[in-house]
Design a protein around this ligand. Structure first.
Ligand SMILES: [Zn+2]
Length: 440
């Protein structure tokens, strides 16, 4: 894509082809009047199923919309209608790496998929008038999305094999029952052998599994010549989706939910209604009554790929997580506390981890902007941790106030590091001999 105008034009064509028919993907869902704003930071367009038009800075201001950082998005209301504003990556996807699993589409399908997925969360699953009671029930008992660092390969192999078995069932419908039994074997192994890894995952499996299925189905409908033909949509995805041979706990809920629902469709199983009300997952709904196959072993390329990936991840995460954990526990360091409620737009980063020494949710290479009455702090690559205090969530970042990158003058904090910059007024508090600076 050479320009944001070309990208808008392409996304508009997909939206026109698919969004008036979203009820075919998920019963009752109608995106026919949903809006998308696409901006490169200076030029912005609005689009919907009917067309596209340029948007002025004044229009954005009148609709109280801020343009997000590059490669991020925000749920907004545009002229009274449900909308998502997307600011694509600076190169408009030119340098985007191909995802070997096929789960991440390349531009321009990427932006169309994002616009579909990220509107499914607020306007379908959490629709103010009819939120999914299934998610509300699961979120009460949900763990978090964190993975214990250092990472282990075994639970990743089991989950990848759940997905790979379901993908084989989709690709070889004649052997479907045998592959579903294999998926059930791997799922039982995961929940029985790695309970700490499986605990609290149902909420994410349901939330992201259904949203990714919606996204992937929309992308497939835009790509095929008969979008109203579910068999064509499934055949398209059976080709674009590839077996998982890499370790990524974060991707598993998306991947497994998508292929579980495609298999349910292929079998003619009506599970969607129950997923909105019952505390279950797409996988559990599909495998209800399926007897697990006997002992299975993973193909050598899957085992090797995941073992190598886990090793490489531990090596990469070590320098990002270990100094963070040490600094937060070092009483000579101060900790900046940024209220989660003051985050403007989306929060990005390199996953969610936790450690035995410091059992909080840690995001390396975080990206987020905090805006309050007293200032703005931009996190762009620093590691942050999430801490709850008195029912209020904070992003915590350790600071070395002796450093040139962080200066406290009275109550005014100035940050000049590459990954952490801005100025804000703070309120200092001492807890167990350590200084905490609460952004005001
Ligand atoms: Zn999502």
């Amino acid at each position: 894509m050479a320009s944001v105008k070309e990208l808008t034009d392409s996304v508009q064509q997909d939206v026109a082809k698919v969004w008036p028919h979203t009820g075919r993907i998920w019963p009752g869902v109608d995106f026919s009047d949903h809006q998308v704003l696409l901006s490169d930071g200076s030029t912005t367009y609005a689009l919907d199923a009917k067309g596209m038009k340029p948007v002025s800075a004044q229009d954005l201001k009148q609709n109280k919309i801020d343009i997000p950082s590059p490669d991020s998005f925000d749920v907004v209301t545009w002229q009274g209608k449900p909308a998502l504003i997307i600011r694509p990556a600076k190169d408009l996807g030119a340098g985007q790496k191909a995802d070997p699993t096929g789960l991440t589409a390349r531009e321009p399908a990427y932006s169309f998929g994002l616009a579909s997925h990220e509107q499914f969360h607020p306007y379908v699953q959490n629709a103010p008038k009819s939120p999914w009671t299934s998610l509300q029930k699961l979120e009460k008992s949900a763990g978090d999305r964190t993975e214990l660092y250092p990472l282990k390969p075994e639970p990743r192999i089991a989950r990848a094999m759940v997905y790979n078995s379901l993908l084989s069932a989709l690709q070889q419908p004649k052997e479907r029952d045998a592959f579903l039994a294999e998926a059930a074997y791997w799922n039982t192994k995961w929940t029985k052998n790695y309970p700490e890894d499986a605990e609290g995952q149902e909420a994410t499996d349901l939330l992201e599994g259904t949203a990714k299925y919606f996204e992937q189905s929309a992308i497939a409908m835009a790509a095929v010549d008969r979008p109203g033909d579910p068999a064509q949509v499934r055949a398209y995805l059976a080709k674009t989706l590839k077996p998982m041979k890499v370790a990524s706990k974060g991707i598993e809920p998306y991947a497994i939910g998508t292929v579980a629902l495609l298999n349910a469709d292929a079998k003619g199983l009506d599970v969607k209604e129950s997923l909105t009300t019952e505390p279950t997952t797409p996988l559990a709904a599909l495998l209800k009554g399926v007897k697990p196959a006997g002992s299975q072993s993973a193909p050598a390329d899957v085992t090797r790929g995941i073992e190598q990936g886990v090793q490489a991840s531990n090596k990469e995460l070590g320098p990002l997580i270990e100094p963070f954990v040490a600094d937060v526990q070092d009483k000579s360091k101060s900790v900046l506390m940024l209220p989660v409620e003051s985050v403007s737009g989306s929060v990005g980063g390199k996953g969610f981890y936790t450690t035995e020494e410091l059992p909080i949710s840690i995001t390396p290479k975080a990206r987020a902007t905090f805006k309050s009455k007293t200032g703005t702090v931009r996190v762009d690559g620093a590691t942050v941790g999430e801490i709850d205090e008195d029912d209020k969530g904070y992003f915590a970042v350790p600071l070395d106030l002796d450093d040139a990158d962080a200066a406290l003058d009275g109550t005014r904090l100035t940050l000049k590091a590459e990954g952490l910059s801005g100025t804000v007024t703070v309120k200092a508090a001492t807890n167990d001999g350590q200084q905490f600076l609460y952004a005001q």
